[in-house]
Design a protein around this ligand. Sequence first.
Ligand code: AMP
Ligand code: ZN
Length: 460
Amino acid sequence: MTLHLYDTYSRSLRPFETITPGQAGLYACGPTVYDYAHIGNLRTYLFVDGLRRALEFNGLRVRHVMNITDVGHLTSDADSGDDKIEARSARSGKSAWDIAAEFTRAFEGDLRQLNILPPTVCCRATEHIAEQIAFIRDLEANGYTYRTDDGIYFDTTRQDSYGKLARLNRDGLQAGKRVDLGEKRDICDFALWKFSGVPGQRQMEWDSPWGLGFPGWHIECSAMAEKHLGAYFDIHCGGEDHVAVHHSNEIAQTEARHGTRLANFWLHGAFLKTQDAKMSKSSGDFLRLQSLVEQGVDPLAYRYLCLGAHYRSSLNFTDDALRAAASGLARLRSGVHGLGEAQGDADPVWLSRFAAQLNDDLNFPRALAVAWELLKSDLPAAVKKASIARFDAALGLDLLRWQPTELAVPAQVSAWLAQRETAREERRWHDADTLRALVREAGYDIDDTPQGPQARARAS
Ligand code: AMP
Ligand code: ZN
């Protein structure tokens, strides 16, 4: 079965064909680094990683580009309010650049712990200012911009196709509008370049043909996607909240610059919810992966939990569900470990059963079920093991590396290790040293592994 993916733009399941044979260009919207990622954000990056692994499972070379939003994302989607990173800087006393660097580092640590493959290109908005200015200049030359007191705006009324991705009802929006638009001419118009106001008040600002300022949030993705993937590429993806505004605006910008579509496929991951509410970074009420780790949870148990729900269904996070996932993962690991060291070849029939689920719009819950069935089947152990190794390239559960000795690390030692990681992220070096000493006194050394530091019992 060929890979079929649900394309939000056409609201249909479509067979996936690459623009260039054998390789796929994938752009995924990345984090705004003004705070830690919460486990909801991480569900979206797990979905993107699953998509990438499924493309690779199908033999494609994937060029995976992810942006880091380190400027321009305002506290309100209506182009008002503060820049989230500058606001955090004002609250914390650290520079905006340090805030962005600190939370980028923490985010990369989360990705490593979840065994998420690093993107081929990870690009920062602040390192692509020239590309964003060039983009806006072209929009201006094509007649899509206007100037207000506080910035340069995109005129969405110039485009009949505006909002098609979101099936936007423009008339309904106009009738229902109650918000103060300021000098914005239409409720859907959005900022391309914002002026600094008082020069020197912001830490992140640049000269431009329109004056000192900074780019809007949407232009960074259009400009960086184009730079690293070309003006038209295979797949653009992100969380479902991006459909209505951010992705609609990215499409508008690229169509206004080139008159062509931005991406062939649009994929969106559904939200993680807690007690039926959306988890949100801006409310400050959220759960970090690191908090789970400090309670002794293996990060890959969270990956296993996410694999158990289809990416287009919302997932309700509960402690019970996480415990069940941890136990499922532990049983799967020990089953795989029990297959021993025998070498063999993967079974083609089981491989195609697994691929059929993956290729049915990334049905990881059923693909995982195929892995379980294989394990319980009466195939020779060596064949099972080789088949599971191939499955795991898509599941990303790191099943073959697992050794039972890891079980022997007491929860208290794992918790100290996790607390030490947090202390290091937060540059509390003294606390980090104290925690390291506790781990060592308990008889464990600390190994740095691709999954982050791990405790290993010291040979006496
Ligand atoms: P942000 O750092 O706020 O720009 O968000 C990063 C990514 O996380 C975006 O792709 C969002 O769509 C996604 N996201 C935000 N909240 C959730 C949630 N509760 N569940 C899943 N994804 C989310
Ligand atoms: Zn984006």
